[in-house]
Design a protein around this ligand. Structure first.
Ligand SMILES: Cc1cc2nc3c(=O)[nH]c(=O)nc-3n(C[C@H](O)[C@H](O)[C@H](O)COP(=O)(O)OP(=O)(O)OC[C@H]3O[C@@H](n4cnc5c(N)ncnc54)[C@H](O)[C@@H]3O)c2cc1C
Length: 500
């Protein structure tokens, strides 16, 4: 080798081995780490996280008012009581997760600023090889692992989804996606338009209404909102009775889950009644003269899209106080000074905020290959929304839309730990799920039925997601109330699981 070649040769990449590699230190990854330490104490593992800290969603999003839209009694882990009000800020959620990490000595397992680019499975070695980069030093790192636990969430953290509207380049003000909220954005006294009608818009609008000149929520079509006090009366009552916090956590969770079950069923059984109840809840804040029919009466059945909870009706209070308003119209194009609408009206703006959603992210934008062949995820069939045909030793946490995500991340964690222990008992080094003979003629469908749930990011990206079969075990059923009983009863020696 000549001198030039020596200089150009890449440095050898350091390789570390772990039994399990968890991708992502959000609520799912930190939960996975907790469950591994408790349920598989002899298992070595590492959590790789591309960001500089834990929290996932709750550090990525830094826009004013950022908060949960489901209650923390159920969004919190099964194993750690939530002591605050049901709807929590990102800061409170991060504090709670930090306590979980500290109380269980999990920090030593988590590596931050580790961006994973590729994962390759070798059936000869029964190993995953993971290529990562340490983002602050640029160092290339290699890991091997027997099992991959994908806790990378469902959307791309680097940037949100902004549609391409005519004239955007002409707009003289700032266009901001909430996912990339600039630090120290000065919006005092400014005229702001927030495009969108989901949970993000509903959070942002009241949070900035006080300080900006005026904020308009511009929506193409209305969304259902549920407005109520941000308090759980049962939890408060039990606290007054000095009941142990672990008990309060469990009882409150059961009550919330029972109520949600009843509510979800009612949206199928009596959608019109539920619709009227939700709309009346909004009218109660806005008064009889407000045009609720135009701005807060969706055409779809409640629960077909995630239902945003508005604590203490703050969005509606801001509207009632004249600090915020809603326009239901379509964008014709951006202009130098704002947005021209299809109705012919014009909305002036200094700042336009595009609360228009996410880019669906399938498997963390990681290049996957199985025995040298690129993995086409959409060619696989999902086993209960957590494993995939032809993909060995891998599980993915995809939570619920209609119930808190963490309910499922806890359930999947129990399953993964049980599977790992089972493999150990069997001395198996590989597990792959496969269609049984009786499943072979089963119709294969899109990941989720659009009649059941159809948010924009799923509709835009459904072609990238695995297929769903026509039987519940080959679907992500989105049904916590069945899965909570079914998952612990899964027979790990069923033909579905092929061990080697
Ligand atoms: C604003 C907002 C509010 C929400 N509120 C609720 C709510 O109230 N209730 C609810 O149930 N759900 C809510 N959700 C959905 C929410 O995303 C989930 O509930 C939950 O936080 C997801 O946790 P997670 O750990 O699975 O994924 P995430 O929070 O998405 O975390 C995944 C982590 O993986 C990391 N990662 C991804 N790819 C790679 C890679 N290649 N290499 C290394 N690291 C990687 C990411 O950096 C990230 O930190 C909300 C979502 C948003 C955006």
């Amino acid at each position: 080798m000549n001198d030039a070649a020596t200089l150009l040769a890449p440095a050898p990449v350091k390789t570390e081995h772990f039994d399990v590699l968890i991708v992502g230190a959000g609520i799912s990854g930190v939960g996975g780490a907790y469950h591994l330490t408790k349920q598989c104490p002899a298992t070595s593992f590492v959590v790789l996280e591309s960001q500089a800290g834990f929290g996932g969603t709750w550090i990525t999003h830094r826009y004013p008012g950022i908060r949960s839209d489901s209650d923390l009694h159920t969004f919190g882990y099964r194993f750690k009581p939530w002591l605050g009000a049901p709807i929590a800020s990102a800061e409170q959620i991060l504090r709670y997760m930090g306590e979980v990490i500290d109380e269980n000595d999990l920090a030593r397992h988590i590596r931050y600023r580790h961006q994973i680019a590729a994962a390759r499975w070798s059936s000869m070695d029964n190993l995953w090889t993971i290529e990562a980069t340490q983002t602050d030093t640029g160092e290339a790192l290699r890991f091997t692992a027997n099992f991959l636990w994908m806790c990378q969430g469902y959307y791309r953290h680097a940037e949100g989804y902004t549609p391409d509207w005519d004239g955007m380049a002409a707009f003289k003000g700032r266009i901001i996606h909430p996912q990339n909220w600039p630090e120290n954005l000065d919006y005092k006294g400014k005229t702001i338009v927030v495009i969108g009608s989901g949970a993000t818009a509903a959070t942002l609008v009241p949070a900035i209404a006080e300080d900006c000149g005026h904020v308009t929520m511009l929506q193409r079509s209305p969304t259902y909102f549920r407005a109520a006090r941000n308090v759980n009366e049962l939890a408060e009552m039990l606290r007054e009775l000095a009941i142990d916090e672990n008990w309060i956590h469990e009882i409150t969770r059961r009550k919330i889950l029972r109520d949600q079950d009843v509510f979800a069923r009612r949206t199928f059984d009596e959608p019109e009644v539920v619709k009227q109840e939700l709309i009346e809840g909004v009218r109660a804040y806005l008064g009889p003269d407000y045009d609720v029919a135009t701005h807060f009466t969706p055409t779809y059945r409640p629960w077909r899209q995630r239902l945003a909870f508005v604590p203490d009706g703050d969005l509606f209070q801001a509207i009632a106080a004249g600090k915020a308003s809603v326009v239901t119209d379509e964008i014709e194009r951006f202009t130098e000074t704002g947005i021209a609408l299809k109705s012919g009206k014009h909305l002036d703006a200094d700042i336009i905020i595009t609360a228009t959603g996410f880019h669906l992210n399938v498997l963390g934008d990681i290049d996957f290959a199985i025995d040298g062949k690129p993995l086409v995820f959409s060619d696989t069939v999902t086993y209960r929304g957590m494993m995939f045909t032809g993909v060995p030793n891998m599980a993915w946490v995809f939570g619920y839309f209609r119930a808190s995500w963490t309910l499922r991340s806890d359930l999947v964690a129990d399953f993964v730990c049980r599977l790992l222990n089972h493999m150990k008992d069997k001395r198996a080094r590989r597990v792959t799920v496969a269609l049984r003979a009786r499943d072979k003629d089963m119709p294969l469908l899109a990941w989720i039925d659009p009649e059941n749930f159809n948010p924009g990011y799923i509709t835009r990206g459904v072609h990238l997601l695995p297929k769903r079969g026509a039987k519940p075990e080959w679907q992500h059923t989105q049904d916590y109330w069945n899965e909570k009983d079914q998952f612990p009863a899964i027979d790990l020696d069923d033909e579905v699981f092929v061990y080697a």
